[in-house]
Every structure is written in structure tokens, then in C-alpha cells.
Design a protein around this ligand. Sequence first.
Ligand code: HEM
Length: 499
Amino acid sequence: HYHNYWTRHGIFQKVPTFLLGAVSETILLNQSFGEFITNNYNKFKNSQKVCGLYFAYRPALIVNDPELVQDVMIRDFNSFHNRGILFNYDVDPLAAHLFNLDGQKWRDLRVKLSPTFTSGKLRTMFPTIRNCVKTLEDYMIKNVKSGDNVFNMRDLMARYTTNVISSVAFGIDNDCINETDNIFRKMGLKIFQVSLKQALIQVLFFFAPTLIVKAKIKLTPDDVEDFFMKIVKQTVDHREASKDNERKDFMQLMIQLKNQGYLSADKDDEESEKGSHGDVKKLTFNEVAAQAFLFFAAGFETSSSTMNFCLFELSRNPEKQKKVHEELDRVLKNVDINDITYEKLNELKYLECCIDEALRIYPILPALMRESTRDHKFSSSNLKIENKTPILIPVLGMQRDPEIYDNPMEFRPERFLNSPHGNGKVQGLFYVPFGDGPRNCIGARMGKLQTKLGLVAALSKFSYELADKKLLHTEIQFDPRQFILTPKQEVMYKISLRD
Ligand code: HEM
């Protein structure tokens, strides 16, 4: 009966297997969640605008049509503002962050946090990020000169972005690049490690999400929670006691939200709030800690993976790497990394296209989720769905679809020099590496900024080759245990100093 839900509602369904429903492949860890959604998209997109499937017995819907994706993310957003992630606040306070919250709680918090990510605020954080990138460049020069020239760039870039995030989110100047045992790096690894317990929680996430709430199961590992609670408490106490409000970082902005409920207007920031502050409900300490934790978790791995995928493609496409080098030489002629400005960085258009193209072939979140908040009829079709239906957006599938992008596996940054970047044959929303609509990535500008600056440091003085030549002509395989797109095997790079 459960497994006939979609057929009863007149919607095509993927033939379910007993008990596990249609998700046996991903639950049994044969393929990553992103690849599973992609395979279904590829199989059914030509015949079905949507495809019903079952998380065990729970019906969910993959949206295969970019017009409908646009409905879900933008046009009909009021019916789809939730992600439908369940957690128990009483035992898991750090899980109560913007990514996981839904409904009015999400809306209120999103309004409060949005001004912390304006371009004006990023400009004030720019010198801090630039200091981190200098440490990266110095480290690479020292090692390459001493002959130690084979690098795991995913790890090195994660160390760099951890320095950035711990500095702008916690106000702590770290050096995870030179200190291999740094506690922030260890915690970062821990957050994305899939232990047996985490794997079981992932299974529950599909099978019986309400059990997570009822049985008081924590999504956050205990030691990660202890660490982040302690570090946020120390920082907040220290800043409040010393009246240190000179630092230009997220922590300072969140302390303002905790103490006054709104951000003070900033004369250098055109987008900053002015005038009346409407709802001035203050953030609690736990809310501040949860957001700081999320900025950390969402902020380092996404950007370091993007840089790794971009370097991977530039290594297999030497002519594109040459174009990046030419642009860097032209725009940053005689400019030391210490002296790069926000404006100079904006002039690096081709490098920007390389990042956009890397995120097309390798979207870090390969599938996005929404949950309907009411019974709904779509704007662009007669399709009707019930309240609380999980919706899956096949990001990886659409961004590698040959009907949308000619030769989709070819790394061609030039696609992004023009608009539209697809082949123009398909309408709707299909390029969404940062999501879209009011629930898109709030840190997209910051993510792009640290990615671009990291790549400037990694590429200005160095050339890249793949250490394993087999990868020149084979595609990267993804780790089936991870939700985010993670290579199964680390890519190693042979790096040399440019003349
Ligand atoms: C290249 C880097 C990044 C990528 C590819 C990325 C990607 C994404 C994606 C795909 C989403 C989901 C959007 C949706 O469902 O429509 C998201 C959400 C989010 N990201 Fe990012 N992100 C990046 C960097 C960052 C950074 C640096 C931060 C913060 C410092 C951040 C904070 C967030 C938050 C808070 C959300 C949840 C927003 C909400 O639900 O309202 N991200 N990100």
C-alpha cells in the first residue's frame, strides 16, 4: 500500500524494492546520494517531468524538469521554504542553525543573518583573508623549493579555508597549514568523517526521521559540540569583558545580534541596515554558537573542494591553465599577494569562469532538498502534491546534461564568458551550485572570494600536473558515504615553480 502512493496519485514512480523502497542502492552504500539522484534523472528525464520514489516507505519526488525546479526554488517558494531536516533541539543545540531550521524560525534567522554577508562586510574582512592566503603561498614556495613538490591540494586548501573561517567566524588566528595537528583542522575532519554512528544516523534520516527527534539522537558528535560551545563561550566572554568591538568579523556581528537584536548601521556599507529595526528579538547564546558552528562547517570544505576540482581540471587541460597564468600575469603584474585588492580580484574574469565551470561539473552539493509546506499545485504544470512531500533537485544531473550543456564533461570555462551559459535549448533553472531563490547559499560571495583568492595564491607562481597520469582520461569516482561530492581517492598534484 505504501509503495503505491505515487501510482495512486497519478505520478510515475521508480519501481520500489521491498522495505528499502527505491533507495536500496544508496542506503547499501553502492553509490553516493548525489550519483543515485543523477542516475534517476538520466533514466527518466526524457519521459517524466517528475519521478516518485520511496525513502523506505516515505514518498519523495525527484524534479527532472528545469521549469519545475524554478517553480520549487523561486516562483512557488512560499510552498517550499523548508528542507525538512529533523533534529532534537534539547539534546542537540548546535544543530539549530540556518541550514537545518525551517518555518518561521528559519525566516527570522535568515533576515537577521543576511546583513552579515553583504559585500561591504566582506570588504572589511578582506585583509584577514589575504593574510591567510599569504601563509598558503609561503608554505608552497618553501616546500616546492626544497624539492617536496607533490601535494594533496584538497587537504592543503582545507587547511587554508579553516584558517580563514576560524579567523572570520571565531576571531581566532590559526595556522593549520604549518601546524599539522591544529585542533580546528582536527574538528573540521571530524565533522565530515562518516563513523559507524554517523552512517546509522544517515540511514535513519531516510527510514524514520521522526525517530531522530523522539529517541533524542544527536546529529552533532559530542566532542565537536564540546569544542565549539567552549570556543564560542570563551570568545564571546572575552570580547564582552574587554569591550573589544574593533574586530571586523562574523563573531562581532553575532555579538551585536545577541546583545541588541539587530546590526548597527555601517557607514562604509551601502547594504547595511539603516533606520527602524522592526523585530529586535535577540539571539540567545546557543543560537550564536549554532550559527558560528554552521559557518565553520559550511564555509571551509565547500570552498576547498571547489579549489581542488578546479585545479584538477586545470591540470588535465594545460591550455586552460596557460590562459589562467596569462590573465594572472597581466592583471597582477608586479602586485604581491600582500597588496592584492578586492577590486583587482574582480578583474580576474577568466579565473572566475574556471570556478563557475568547476562548480558546474562538480557541484559540491550534488542534490538539493526542499519539503512542501502545504498541498500544492505547480505554477507551470497541472502537477499536484501533498503537504510535507520531500523534493529532490538533481543538481549534478542537470549540470552534466548533454541536452543543456554541449559536451558536458569537457572543462570549458569560456561557456561562462557569455550569457546564457547553457546551449540555450532548455528553459528554466539548471545551474544551481549555490542553490537559488530565498533559501540559496547565504555565504556564496564569501565562498567565491576565498576560493578565488586561494586559487590566485596557488596558481600565480606555480604550474600543476596530475601525479597519477591515469586520471588524465578517467573521471573522478565519488565517495559513496558522503552527501557532499568527495573524491573516493585523493588527487595528488606535481607542482613546479613557474619561470
Ligand atoms: C564554494 C563555496 C560554497 C558552496 C559551493 C556552497 C553551496 C551551498 C549550497 C548548494 C547551499 C544550499 C542552497 C539551497 O538549498 O538552495 C548552501 C547553503 C548554505 N551555505 Fe553555502 N556554499 C559555499 C560556501 C559557504 C560559506 C563560505 C558559508 C558561510 C560562511 C556558507 C553558508 C551557508 C549557509 C548558512 C547555508 C544555508 C542557507 C539557508 O538555509 O538559509 N556557504 N551552500
